[in-house]
Design a protein around this ligand. Structure first.
Ligand SMILES: C[S@@+](CC[C@H](N)C(=O)[O-])C[C@H]1O[C@@H](n2cnc3c(N)ncnc32)[C@H](O)[C@@H]1O
Length: 229
């Protein structure tokens, strides 16, 4: 089942507030000396400007046919060199090792268990060239915010309800139609453990897309990891 299909219908509005991530991923892609891959590429919101700036192909992988259909339309309209493939980030394979693999917009949090995330990390590590980078961003989990928002209806950017399930460290986002997607939170130590078991190294942890240092007040993890070599 394509759980993202109802979100595909409203995705332009849903993602409209998120613009500050694009220059960060574009900057990393400019430094990539080889294939560039976006996991959970969705509608190619980020992949299109990345490919336009670097003047090279970006491969985008996503599990949702509905998101990919919107992505194909956007890529065609932009005339961008983005190759969209249907697939799950837990078991993707590339023909050629990548110089940069990235996951924007907290999409890594759609993967439910630690073991699933380990599979993603291990697939990424196996798919990078030596010295290649893996970059992603995710919310810093905050019980105060989760508690305050639990059960509330938000009007922006698209009407939706939030439900916080502490026992599963999960937040559910439900549209008026009843369609729900979920985010499973991860702590800093979980991310560090995943990087470690996959044999990657932390190159940087920023507290925002302006590359400020991560500190006790940070609300976003902006990770850059590297494959040794
Ligand atoms: C918030 S959207 C992000 C889309 C795009 N990267 C962006 O930044 O606008 C999350 C995307 O993750 C995709 N997704 C969720 N689980 C996935 C998985 N296991 N493998 C690949 N894609 C997945 C969804 O289909 C959806 O397109």
């Amino acid at each position: 089942m394509d759980v993202y299909a109802p979100f595909a219908a409203v995705y332009e509005d849903w993602s409209a507030p998120m613009t500050e991530d694009v220059p960060h991923y574009v900057a990393l892609a400019r430094e990539a000396d080889g294939p560039v891959v976006e996991l959970a590429v969705g509608t190619a919101r980020v992949a299109i400007p990345v490919s336009e700036v670097i003047g090279r192909r970006v491969i985008g992988i996503d599990v949702s046919p509905a998101m990919l259909e919107k992505g194909r339309r956007a890529v065609g309209e932009a005339g961008a060199d983005v190759e969209l493939r249907e697939g799950d980030m837990r078991d993707f394979e590339l023909e050629e090792p990548a110089a940069l693999i990235y996951i924007p917009y907290r999409s890594f949090l759609h993967v439910p268990t630690w073991a699933d995330r380990r599979r993603v990390m291990e697939r990424v590590a196996a798919s990078l060239r030596p010295g290649g980078r893996f970059a992603w961003n995710a919310f810093v989990f905050d019980h105060h915010i989760a508690h305050r928002l639990d059960g509330t209806r938000q009007e922006e950017p698209v009407p939706h309800k939030l439900r916080y399930v502490p026992a599963e460290n999960r937040t559910d986002i439900t549209l008026d139609s009843g369609a729900t997607i979920s985010l499973w939170w991860a702590t800093k130590n979980e991310w560090l453990g995943l990087i470690d078991v996959a044999g990657l190294e932390v190159e940087a942890l920023y507290g925002g897309f302006d590359r400020r240092p991560f500190d006790e007040t940070s609300t976003e993890y902006v990770w850059v990891a590297r494959k040794p070599g």
